[in-house]
Design a protein around this ligand. Structure first.
Ligand code: CAA
Length: 445
């Protein structure tokens, strides 16, 4: 059976940065450790005045096409995943294709374009669509371009303001991929929830505390569903477990739940028995409440064990390195987590080809999806081609007053004039609105 997966990826970060424990916490009169220790964030990325979901997505896609030596004829579909769209009819993929046509010979008239929406899980869903399109034999040898792009901004004063971010991930989905192969097996946890939504409004309505609980509940369902088809999982089956990362503190909770679930009935549970006892079993309790309390106590003990701490440091921590520096990128976030893990492996000389990842995506509203991936032979070359470190070090650091103004510039309800902070260089920029209120873009050499 031919393997299908991610052949290559590129990341484009918004060109501004906000220091969270420094600038933001200070202005808010908060303890910096809420950010460093609680949420697990250091800085977040923001879009400069000439950046938006189209420019960031097109810039990532251009870099990908340049690096892989592709022309528009090599690409049969373009799917954009976003929860920051500005048009209910014309998809962002048409804008991105329009940008790319400014700089590549040929056009994308033959390519099927669309836009995927299901909050942050839409990036993974777009990969899924591309996978199915290729597996169905409809791709005629061509690749799919998937772009996950978002400006994750919250209303000023909303608790979510602490977890903002902006950036895009472009991925090429092909047969015999160089980066990772996707498993056929998938698990879903999906329910009608009102934890985070944008009912025809730019900034989200969020029930933050509830959103954390919904994330964990749907992720647990997805894992059980995955295991029902792929068989039981063991914590050491996977080199890394990249999760959707709205902020690293969320993944700290998900990692502990995942570890507890997957160690049940394994040699790890046996080894831990003397130290913290065996995991409570539901059938041994008279009520669900008593069982839950016992599980909470068990998890409190579990997270202090050396066995768990080692696993977390090895399997989860490396997935969070980039998120700590860029914040939440919504649809791109889980793909940033995968890149972060692979980048860390390359930097520490770890050999990964043939090893497995367990990838946990999540979208509010709400749906979690879990699948496995096998790292492909070309992973190191692909991941070393990323220029993310350079991009991060070039970001302009905002003062709090500048942050307030740039937030206003990107607020659709405000008209704010503001000079750009950085100079565009070899990239697409937003230039204004056309006669039908469409957005206009140019490539700046
Ligand atoms: N030292 C150490 N830790 C501290 C601290 C300090 N001085 N002060 C606070 N903390 C800890 C808190 O204990 C808490 O950790 P725990 O949850 O482990 O207890 C953490 O820092 C955050 O503190 P608060 O809960 O007080 O922060 P908050 O009330 O400002 O809200 C939030 C946090 C709910 C996540 C909020 O930022 C939010 O609403 N974010 C947007 C929604 C979101 O990201 N939800 C995640 C799941 S939904 C999803 O994944 C989809 C998506 O992308 C949006």
């Amino acid at each position: 059976m031919t393997a299908v997966g991610i052949d290559a990826m590129e990341i484009w970060t918004g060109k501004l940065e906000l220091d969270l424990p420094g600038t933001f916490a200070q202005a808010k009169g908060e303890d910096p450790e809420k950010y460093t220790k609680g949420l697990g964030l250091v800085t977040s990325s923001f879009p400069d005045t000439y950046e938006d979901i189209v420019t960031m997505g097109a810039n990532a896609a251009k870099r990908l096409m340049d690096r892989k030596g592709l022309t528009p004829d090599d690409i049969g579909r373009i799917d954009v995943a976003t929860e920051s769209a500005f048009d209910n009819s014309k998809p962002v993929s048409t804008y991105i294709a329009g940008c790319l046509e400014q700089v590549f010979d040929g056009d994308f008239h033959h390519a099927n374009k669309g836009e995927r929406k299901f909050a942050c899980v839409a990036g993974t869903q777009s990969i899924d669509d591309a996978y199915n399109w290729i597996k169905a034999g409809r791709n005629r040898g061509r690749a799919a371009l998937v772009v996950a792009t978002d400006t994750a901004l919250y209303e000023r004063g909303d608790p979510g303001e602490a977890t903002q971010g902006a950036g895009a991930v472009a991925m090429l989905i092909t047969e015999n991929p160089s980066l990772v192969e996707l498993s056929t097996e998938q698990g879903y946890g999906s329910a009608d929830e009102t934890d985070f939504l944008k009912p025809n409004q730019q900034f989200p309505s969020v029930d933050g505390k509830r959103s954390v609980q919904v994330y964990l509940a749907r992720m647990r369902e997805a894992l059980e569903d995955f295991e029902s088809v792929a068989g039981d999982t063991h914590p050491d089956d996977f080199a890394y477990v990249p999760f959707h990362t709205p902020f690293p503190g969320m993944v700290r909770k998900a990692g502990l739940f995942g570890y507890r679930h997957t160690l049940r009935g394994t040699d790890i549970e046996d080894e831990l028995t003397d130290e913290i006892g065996r995991q409570p079993r539901e059938e041994a309790f008279d009520s669900w409440e008593e069982y839950e309390e016992a599980i909470r106590d068990y998890m409190d003990s579990l997270k202090r064990t050396e066995m768990y701490r080692d696993w977390y440091a090895r399997t989860i921590e490396p997935t969070l390195n980039i998120a700590r520096q860029v914040g939440n990128w919504y649809t791109g976030s889980v793909h940033v987590a995968r890149a972060s893990a692979l980048k860390s492996a390359a930097e520490t000389g770890r050999e990964l080809a043939g090893e497995h990842l367990l990838v946990g995506s999540y979208g509010s509203g709400a749906q979690a999806e879990i699948h496995a991936e096998t790292v492909a032979d070309g992973w190191k070359e692909e991941i070393q081609a990323l220029t993310l470190d350079e991009q991060l070090s070039r970001r302009y650091e905002l003062s709090f007053e500048e942050y307030e103004r740039v937030h206003d510039v990107h607020n659709h309800e405000k008209e704010t004039e503001l000079e750009e902070f950085t100079q565009p260089d070899g990239e697409f920029v937003f230039t204004g609105w056309g006669r039908m209120n469409e957005r206009k873009y140019d490539y700046v050499e």
